[in-house]
Structure formats: structure tokens, C-alpha cells
Write a protein that binds this ligand. Structure first.
Ligand SMILES: [Zn+2]
Length: 477
């Protein structure tokens, strides 16, 4: 044992040497709670010690985390990463405009390389902003060739990813029965950094043909993620079918789960399911009110997700902030209905940070490997530290600070599977050039294929005039 090397340079991390974070406010999201002036030692891909003033092996690189907050890396349980190729394009959409664009317009033209481009940029954005694990809700894999393109991006960016294999242009009971798809799944090799789920929705129907897709997933040991509780699209009806057929279990994630009945929430709770809440999405697209305020009454665990950056942000600080605010906003509105006031906020900053980390890990079936800072867990870590930022001092209430004060510009260091990908606010060896070029080429292609008029109309849905309200008051000099 010896003193660690002072102030590493970015190039030092490539050697795979042990790394210790010194003097951080460590939010463990574990039994140890918050450790002031704590150290965390990473050896290989694993967290090997947590506590104050750790003795470390000779040659350990030392990161001065004083004045910073060390948290587990964030886990996003639902992101349509391929849509990042058209970042921000649909910022003023309503849900119907999203459907028209992706089903009728973009859906006619996009290629495997467009999937690759979006995934590459999105994957880079994830690791850059502290999202160390992302479930790619990849619902545009019309053939396995498209799936190969999605995976290629993950092989180039060293984050942790789960491919949620989906195909919104086909019926799930058909594409999961397809020989080419099934042999692609057989050949898929799960490893520490990349695993597989099946992603499809259950719209209202009488005969529940999706049962075959659930059965396929179950037979192959794959988890299922489904947009459930989307107003007017996937409702209590589909969820009832799932329940009656015995297809609800603890390997299903319900995305949004807004606008469902108490009966459906009871079914999710009783079967051990989890909900992926995408607050920025629900607030703009109208799936229903962001569901944390409802599902917490039923004891259903939540994770957080961004959904799509074709519309809103992929910023996990924003996800936490929006979720805590929307939950409290609803609590106030409900109280006002009975002329009451909220005396105590039920949902705490600590709860949404749990959703952003351990809750996400649990929803992906990876809760024993990632999601908290504890000895034996994989080293997925985020140091939030910015010595020059007025918003980063003082740090009095660490959980609340992460949720309401910090932002992506404060992401100092990101570690995934023991590898330092970002240090002192700069990514190490992960240039944006290839992703930016691939996306630029994709945008040029898609825009050319759609034609200028469709492109412009898609981005700027026409406004409908507001209903005029008669004002009884008149202003006169
Ligand atoms: Zn979605």
C-alpha cells in the first residue's frame, strides 16, 4: 500500500489502473446512505471499497472529488435512440403528428445507416451526461439488418446498453415468429455491456394476438418492455388481456403507465412489474399525467426515461427535476379540489434519484450488478463537480442538490464498467466527429427523400386559432 498518484492526466486512465475518488459526498443509493468526505475505489470493472480515507493499491490513480457529489451512473429504461438522428425536429408536435411522421413519412424511407447514426449520437450523449446504462427502445428494426446497425453503434461507444428489439412497422406476433429474427436472437451474445429485451405494444383488441410475442419472449428468457397506459392507444383493455393470459410478471416494464384504472395498477403491483416514467414525454405528448403520484400509492416501483430527443431533451437531470415537480404539482391540484393544502411533500429528491439509478437497474433485471455504490457492484459512477459554478456551492442537501441544482455541465467524471470515459468535464478518446458526420448524412438523406415541403410541414404543424373569450372588462383612459 502506498500513496496514490496525484492529479491524473486523461491519458493515464487508458492503462486500466485502479482509480480512487477522494473526499466526495458519496450518495450510495444503498444501505450506507450518504457518506460525507467519502472515498470509492475501483479495481478492474468493480467497486472494491467504499468509505473514508481508504488505503489503496500502489499505482492507483486518484481523482480529487472534493466539493463534488459521487452518485451511481444513471439508468434510462426507455429511449428511442435511433430518433436522435432528428434531434429536436418534432419539438412542437402533438402525438398525432409524431405518428403521421414516423408511420407514414419517415417510416417509408429510413435505412439501417439511419438507425446507426441516431444510435451512435444518442449513445455518446448518454455516456457524456452520466447515463451509464440505456435501454434502446428500438422499435424500427424492420429486418435483422437494422438490428445489426443498432448494435454496431453500441460496439463503438463503451456505455452499457440494452437493445429493446422492436418493429412498429410490423405485428409483434408476426415478427417474433419470423425465422430470420429468431436466428438473429439465437446468435445474439449477451455480455456485461449489452443485453437484449423485446419491445412491443398491446393496443386494444378482442383476441389479444400479442400473446404469441409474450410467449416467445418467455420461452427465450427475454424481458418485455411495452408502452402501456397511453391515452386512447394502449389502455386497460390490453393490460386486462395480458393479466388474463398470465403474461404479467416481474419481467415486464410498463412505459408511461399513465391514464390507467386502479384495477390495472393493482395488477401491475401484484405481478411485480415496474413502470418507466418519461415525465417530459407525458407532459408534452398526452399519454396521461406523469404517473409517479399515482403508482406510488399502489407500491409500484418506478424508473425514469427520456423517450425520444426528436421531441424533448435527453437530459437525465431534467428527467429527475420534471418528475419531482410534476408529482408535487399534482398533489397540490388534488388537495385544492377539496379545499385543502399539501402540508408535507410525499415524494422526495432522494426517491427520484433512486428511480434514476437503482430503480432503473431493477427494471432491467440488473439490480444486483449496477444502480448503487456498494462493494462488489460494477463500477458505473458519476462525479458531479464544478468548482467554478455558483450553483455547486454550498452543498447542504446532497440528494436535493443533484435533482434541483446540478445540471449536465457539472458532469465531471463518468465511469462505466470501471473505465473512465470522461474526466474533468472532457470525454477521453470519444470524439463527436463520427457521430456528427453520420447524423448529418442521415438528415440530408431523409430530408431529400421526404422533399422540402413535407420536411417543413412535418416540423411546423399548423396552429389552430384559440377560442376567443369574451372579456367583461374594458380599459378606457
Ligand atoms: Zn416511447
Amino acid at each position: 500500500m502506498a500513496d496514490a498518484t496525484p492529479t491524473p492526466k486523461p491519458g493515464d486512465f487508458a492503462a486500466g489502473r485502479p482509480v480512487v475518488f477522494r473526499n466526495a459526498t458519496v450518495i450510495t443509493v444503498d444501505k450506507a446512505g450518504v457518506i460525507p468526505n467519502g472515498d470509492v475505489l475501483v479495481t478492474g470493472d468493480t467497486i472494491t471499497a467504499v468509505g473514508p480515507k481508504l488505503k489503496v493499491p500502489e499505482g492507483t490513480l486518484e481523482i480529487d472529488a472534493g466539493g463534488g457529489i459521487l452518485t451511481p451512473g444513471f439508468v434510462d429504461t426507455h429511449r428511442h435512440m435511433w430518433q436522435t438522428a432528428l434531434r429536436g425536429y418534432g419539438g412542437d408536435w402533438a402525438l398525432s403528428q409524431y405518428f403521421v411522421f414516423y408511420y407514414l413519412q419517415h417510416g417509408e424511407v429510413f435505412r439501417p445507416e439511419d438507425i446507426y447514426a441516431g444510435n451512435l449520437l444518442s449513445a455518446l450523449e448518454s455516456v457524456d451526461t452520466g447515463v451509464t446504462t440505456t435501454l434502446d427502445w428500438s422499435h424500427a428494426l424492420r429486418t435483422p439488418e437494422y438490428a445489426d446497425a443498432a448494435v454496431k453503434a453500441f460496439e463503438e461507444i463503451p456505455g452499457r446498453f440494452v437493445l429493446g428489439y422492436g418493429n412498429y412497422l410490423g405485428a409483434p406476433w408476426e415478427w417474433t415468429a419470423d425465422k430470420d429474427f429468431q436466428s438473429w436472437v439465437k446468435n445474439f451474445k449477451t455480455n456485461d455491456m449489452l443485453s437484449l429485451e423485446i419491445a412491443f405494444d398491446v393496443p386494444d383488441s378482442e383476441d389479444f394476438p400479442e400473446k404469441a410475442a409474450f410467449q416467445y419472449a418467455r420461452d427465450n428468457g427475454l424481458r418485455v418492455t411495452t408502452h402501456a397506459g397511453v391515452w386512447g392507444a394502449t389502455t386497460d383493455v390490453g393490460l386486462g388481456h395480458m393479466f388474463d393470459a398470465g403474461m404479467m410478471d416481474d419481467k415486464v416494464t410498463y412505459v408511461h403507465a399513465a391514464s390507467l384504472s386502479p384495477d390495472s395498477y393493482h395488477k401491475i403491483a401484484a405481478s411485480g412489474g415496474t413502470v418507466s416514467v418519461s415525465t417530459e414525454s407525458e407532459q408534452s405528448a398526452g399519454q396521461g399525467y406523469p404517473s409517479t403520484w399515482e403508482i406510488r400509492k399502489y407500491g409500484i416501483p418506478a424508473s425514469l426515461s427520456m423517450d425520444t430527443s426528436v421531441w424533448w431533451s435527453a437530459d437525465f437531470f431534467s428527467a429527475m427535476r420534471a418528475t419531482l415537480s410534476s408529482d408535487r404539482s399534482r398533489a397540490h391540484l388534488e388537495a385544492h379540489k377539496t379545499d385543502d393544502t399539501v402540508a408535507v411533500n410525499q415524494l422526495r429528491a432522494e426517491d427520484v434519484l433512486w428511480m434514476a439509478t437503482q430503480g432503473g437497474a431493477n427494471a432491467l433485471g440488473m439490480g444486483d450488478k449496477i444502480g448503487s455504490i456498494a462493494v462488489g457492484k460494477k463500477a458505473d459512477l458519476l462525479l458531479i463537480k464544478n468548482d467554478q459554478s455558483p450553483a455547486m456551492t454550498p452543498i447542504l442537501n446532497p440528494n436535493a442538490h443533484v435533482v434541483y441544482q446540478a445540471n449536465t455541465a457539472d458532469v465531471h467524471t463518468v465511469v462505466v464498467n470501471g473505465r473512465v470515459l470522461k474526466y474533468d468535464g472532457k470525454r477521453i478518446g470519444l470524439d463527436i466527429g463520427p457521430a456528427r458526420d453520420a447524423v448529418a448524412a442521415s438528415v440530408e438523406y431523409v430530408r431529400g427523400k421526404l422533399g422540402e415541403q413535407t420536411w417543413e410541414e412535418g416540423m411546423h404543424p399548423p396552429l389552430e386559432p384559440n377560442e376567443e373569450i369574451e372579456n367583461p372588462y374594458k380599459y378606457a383612459d
